[in-house]
Design a protein around this ligand. Sequence first.
Ligand code: NAG
Ligand code: NAG
Ligand code: NAG
Ligand code: NAG
Ligand code: NAG
Ligand code: NAG
Ligand code: NAG
Length: 451
Amino acid sequence: MPMFSVKTKYAQPQDQQHQQTRQKGSRDCHDWLTLLISALVPLMIGIFTVVITIQQQSSADRQRQQEQQQADSLQKERILSSCLDDIAKLLLTKEVSTDNKTLLYIRTRTLSSLRKLDPERKYHLLLFLYESQLLQYDKTKRHDRLTLNLAGADLNYIYITKLKSFNNLSLPGVYLNNASFINCQLQHSRFADSAMNDIRFTNSFLLETRFSRCSLERADFRNTTLAQVSFKSAILRHADFTRAWTKGADFTNADLDGALITEQQLQEAGLLDNARLPNGSFAKIQEKNLVINGENFGCHTELPSSWSAKVDVIKAFQHYRSSLNCYFGIANLSSLDPISIAQSIALTDYSVLIDSGKAEYSFSGLFGGNAYAKITFFTSTAVKAGKNIMIGLDDRQNETEAILFQHKLGAIPLDTRQLVLIIYFEKIPEGKHDFAVFDNVQFSIKKKDMI
Ligand SMILES: *[C@@H]1O[C@H](CO)[C@@H](O)[C@H](O)[C@H]1NC(C)=O
Ligand SMILES: *[C@@H]1O[C@H](CO)[C@@H](O)[C@H](O)[C@H]1NC(C)=O
Ligand SMILES: *[C@@H]1O[C@H](CO)[C@@H](O)[C@H](O)[C@H]1NC(C)=O
Ligand SMILES: *[C@@H]1O[C@H](CO)[C@@H](O)[C@H](O)[C@H]1NC(C)=O
Ligand SMILES: *[C@@H]1O[C@H](CO)[C@@H](O)[C@H](O)[C@H]1NC(C)=O
Ligand SMILES: *[C@@H]1O[C@H](CO)[C@@H](O)[C@H](O)[C@H]1NC(C)=O
Ligand SMILES: *[C@@H]1O[C@H](CO)[C@@H](O)[C@H](O)[C@H]1NC(C)=O
């Protein structure tokens, strides 16, 4: 090894004269050199050994990795083929059209397999289920199989291209983040409630496909045909619609904040109410009354089905006779226990406006005697949101026979998805009257006027 010869060379006595004149200094120097070299050599041997070892180790690591990958791949192949065999046998022997237990088994089998597979094998499993007609939606029920529910399936990063027909695919509630459907046919397919961020539909043909409530952030719809496609309540922030054909698409309550979509594409789509536009402003907000049968209530001979009440209680109601406008109420309240009627109202079509913090409610009605109303807001998971709102109890107890217009405005709490409206006919302790009457109850949503 060269290191040893270096040491030998420097250890040889040098020129005598030189050595004598500068004897002391040279000896010091020589000692130091010897010391240094004798320290350096083992150090370099050490470094050399370490380098070699690392090299050997990394090549061993590589080999191990390769072996591991091969083993993984083999394992995944086994999982896939055993899953396919299993389901194929069931399909041959069982009448899947009438047997929900079989379908449930297939669902469980598929979901657990999908969790362990890579995107390519996920695709093979999906294709098998689709071609077995287990994942095809058909309103006309032309084929005999029930549709498999794969909600919760992990299909992230799946890559599908140039498949001639993937029409009528039914995949609601799945995970398709970073997936690709490039050059695909997806007519009449259904993806409602799915997580599909960063998905690509480039150059695909979609007709009447449903994306209701899907999360489609940064989705790629370049060159995609999107005729009659429903994006109702879908999140499309920063989605790319370059050269997409949006004829008849439904963007009601969609969030298009930051999306690449032209004025013309939006106009072609037509349905845009309650949507947030690419520049962050809102399209027209539907300011209609959301209470069903809130008006002319007393004109109905029975309690309208939009309202609920205990059946025996409703018999005690009478049309309030002192008015021509079909007010609804009770004349002899003192003889009755407190009673109420209720209606639950979905606000899902306003979710983008509500969550932007810009939604304002307008709640009004005509109330007389002992009638009053209460509203409670709820999130999608039925958790109470914000404070209750009461109307009907203010400044009218001293009026005789008066039916007064009552009105309140306020902010709708974030995450609100529904409300429950209850109208009470209840003897108010300080009230003078025995009657309770209401009419024309209205609840509507508008955008707050920002200053
Ligand atoms: C199977 O489930 C579907 C949907 O849940 C239901 O409509 C159908 O009646 C069930 N069929 C049987 C045989 O249980
Ligand atoms: C696909 O769905 C559409 C609309 O529901 C239906 O008219 C059509 O027959 C279906 N096609 C197939 C192949 O099931
Ligand atoms: C999609 O993939 C990109 C790159 O791998 C990653 O940065 C991004 O977070 C992924 N998106 C989702 C929704 O998983
Ligand atoms: C869209 O179509 C145009 C013209 O047919 C083509 O030049 C372009 O590359 C396509 N874009 C994508 C993203 O495929
Ligand atoms: C936002 O975009 C819409 C539709 O493109 C347009 O009508 C509106 O004027 C824009 N608003 C602002 C503040 O730029
Ligand atoms: C209310 O009760 C009183 C006394 O019980 C009765 O005379 C009256 O007719 C009742 N009114 C109605 C509208 O039923
Ligand atoms: C109702 O009348 C009582 C007594 O006449 C009075 O004390 C009370 O302030 C009145 N309430 C309203 C809301 O006008």
